[in-house]
Design a protein around this ligand. Structure first.
Ligand code: SF4
Ligand code: SF4
Ligand code: FES
Length: 639
């Protein structure tokens, strides 16, 4: 057999780094569209069909990428500029027990939640309190998990007030604390110690989900400077509605990086024979840059003055109340006559989903000018409620001379309410306020209309659920899945697993997962989930459950060492610190090579973030460092 290597050449290459799940993302599309509009040839390599195996930087600018296609053929692609697209780091700094399988990165937790039937009760802790962490917390609470904690510490950027509000309204708890230790207590139950201002508290959790962000980052870097080798962070969720903040950041960073590359490569921008084309291109480029910069600035503006909805007891404070009633998104008179929307989204965040969803164009988001809700145009259709990812808008009608008011709010997916039923309502922090009567509810449209005592009209914004609803649903779900289970031998014991399910997911559901399994990659590239099936070595993520199979786990017990920064290669933080303090090495690459951090099978996905933060703490500048090692995954060439 001959090994055929094909050659290719582009001006700009955009490559999916290890573990990228959404390809091509919004940032990649913004960058590539801009570059090709300016006449540069752009190659995108990633996804199932074209897996990038590594990059060899050139001595000048750009480099050569090695790409493998679905038939195993190797392609060698040269380019003057290379962009590697990476995921945000999701693992925290080491603490005792951080290598235990109960600590999952958010991407794995999302997969377990959507594809598996993992039990998240009695409680789940989420590390990080950015929008993605909060919205995963809301998802769990809506699915019936009784207790969810979002734990924030250090200088991590905070999520939007509307997400925090929704999380707390659903019963989630925000804690400012440091993780201190994670220890197994019983099957699928862990003891998680955290330290807050009062002292150490012990949480009994099923999982600890690590969502971050654990450090602020501007989302794109070039390393080394002037090399035209860039890294772009993919920060958005799967859809705009899922994560509007990450979506905006990713798109505008992609555009800004596109401008930077076009300027760095210089042609054909300045080389067109037709001067008017050159001028038009320049203007388009300047415009793109200006727009991207200002949107990025706006997207991060909420960090300068984060909004905190203050309460006096269970009532909004006078300040908060006045601020709300004078806000331009809140109706001033029309709600005294009929039902109209109240868009209670005061923080300066970069989101306009409700504006797009409103069929009457009653919402216009221009926060600086204060024009927000045109109450006479609002028909009270409720489309803005279901469109908003944080379910902020409500419809409100105060009935003058009557002791009751009417509010329509987002309906949690678990709810099944009957007309005239009495429900308990809560304030914006989730504290119970009293009862309300259900007038109407629509599961399809996602809203519920309530009659509340008029003094609660501007306070009641959430519905509390009862424990019975949680248990009923859990029982129904368990009954439904029992039918699809088949018997297998797992470590010599009889087990019932779901037929056709990925073994990697099944190991988590049955409590047999190991620390190595946590990355839950889909393509087997990290090779960390090796197991033995019917005596043959296989990857759990690439193997499906079938009746009668015999599964043996390869022994990979976690090493009890809180200093372990790179579990794959068993490198400890103090070894890295020692190398730095010896003073002979001062670049992130040389220190990494000398210590062996990131050399293991996950190629640094679990440890490089913590490694960078450790270097920063030791005074080594590495905010623009990119790990350009070759290859990005273990691979062999068979000829
Ligand atoms: S209720 Fe309907 S018309 Fe009124 S703001 Fe919302 S989407 Fe627009
Ligand atoms: S959809 Fe509207 S109300 Fe909801 S977060 Fe975005 S701007 Fe705020
Ligand atoms: S933890 Fe996998 S390489 Fe460091």
């Amino acid at each position: 057999m001959t090994l055929q290597i094909r050659n290719g050449r582009f001006d700009v290459l955009v490559l999916a780094g290890p573990g990228i799940q959404r390809w091509p993302g919004l940032g990649v599309r913004a960058l590539s569209t801009l570059c090709s509009d300016m006449g540069l040839s752009v190659g995108l390599f990633g996804g199932e069909g074209l897996r990038v195996r590594g990059v060899l930087p050139s001595s000048g600018t750009g480099g050569v990428a090695i790409v493998e296609d679905s038939q195993g053929r190797i392609h060698r692609v040269e380019s003057r500029a290379i962009v590697r697209v990476c995921e945000q780091t999701e693992f925290p700094d080491p603490f005792p027990g951080w290598t235990e399988p109960a600590l999952l990165p958010l991407s794995s937790a999302l997969r377990l939640r959507r594809e598996g039937q993992t039990v998240w009760s009695p409680s789940t802790a989420i590390l990080g309190a950015g929008n993605r962490a909060l919205s995963f917390g809301c998802e769990l609470l809506e699915a019936g998990v009784a207790e969810v904690f979002c734990i924030e510490w250090g200088a991590a950027p905070r999520g939007w007030e509307v997400y925090r509000r929704r999380f707390e309204m659903l019963g989630g708890r925000l804690i400012e604390a440091m993780p201190m230790g994670l220890k197994k207590k019983a099957p699928l139950l862990w003891e998680f110690r955290v330290k807050d201002a009062i002292g150490v508290r012990v949480l009994e959790v099923a999982w600890v989900v690590s969502a971050g962000p654990f450090a602020s980052s501007d989302g794109m870097r070039e390393h080394p400077p002037g090399s035209c080798l860039f890294e772009l962070e993919q920060s958005g969720g799967m859809t705009l509605e899922e994560d509007p903040q990450g979506w905006t950041l990713e798109e505008e960073r992609g555009r800004l990086l596109g401008v930077r590359i076009i300027k760095a490569l210089g042609t054909p921008l300045g080389a067109s024979a037709d001067r008017s084309v050159t001028k038009a291109n320049r203007e388009q480029l300047e415009e793109s840059q200006r727009r991207a910069r200002s949107r990025l600035k706006r997207a991060l503006r909420f960090l300068d003055a984060p909004l905190d909805w203050t309460h006096e007891g269970k009532w909004s404070s006078v300040d908060a109340r006045n601020r709300l009633r004078s806000f331009a998104g809140v109706p001033k008179k029309e709600h005294l006559v009929r039902e109209v929307a109240s868009i209670e989204c005061i923080e300066e965040i970069e989101c306009s989903i409700c504006e797009t969803a409103c069929p009457e164009k009653a919402i216009s988001i221009s926060r600086s000018q204060g024009v927000f809700l045109n109450e006479s145009a609002c028909t009270g259709c409720g489309k803005c409620i279901s469109a908003c990812p944080a379910q902020v808008p409500v419809l409100i009608q105060e009935k003058e001379a009557l002791p009751v008011a009417q509010i329509t709010m987002g309906l949690p997916p678990w709810s099944e309410f009957k007309e005239k039923e009495l429900v308990s309502v809560s304030n914006r922090k989730g504290a119970p306020l009293g009862s309300a009567k259900v007038l109407q509810s629509s599961r399809e449209e996602g809203w519920i209309k309530l009659e509340v005592p008029s003094h609660l009209a501007w306070e009641a914004r959430g519905i509390r659920r009862t424990r019975f609803q949680v248990e009923d649903e859990w029982v129904l779900k368990a009954e439904k899945t029992a039918a699809s289970k088949v018997e297998v031998q797992l470590q010599g014991e009889k087990r019932m697993l779901r037929m056709g399910q990925s073994l990697a997911l099944a190991l988590f559901e049955t409590g047999f997962a190991r620390g190595d399994d946590r990355l839950l990659c889909r393509d087997g590239s990290c090779r960390r989930c090796e197991i033995r099936v019917d005596g043959v070595k296989k990857l759990a993520c690439r193997t499906q459950v079938h009746r009668g199979m015999s599964i043996q786990l390869l022994d990979r017990s976690p090493i009890e060492d809180s200093d372990l920064i790179c579990p794959c290669s068993q490198v400890r933080s103090h070894e890295v610190i020692q190398k730095i303090r010896e003073g002979k090495l001062n670049s992130p690459d040389s220190i990494r090579q000398a210590c062996g951090v990131g050399e293991g099978s996950c190629r640094g996905r679990a440890c490089i973030g913590a490694y960078q933060r450790l270097l920063q703490a030791e005074g080594i500048e590495c905010s623009s460092w990119i790990d350009w090692r070759f290859p990005w995954a273990d691979w062999t060439l068979s000829v």
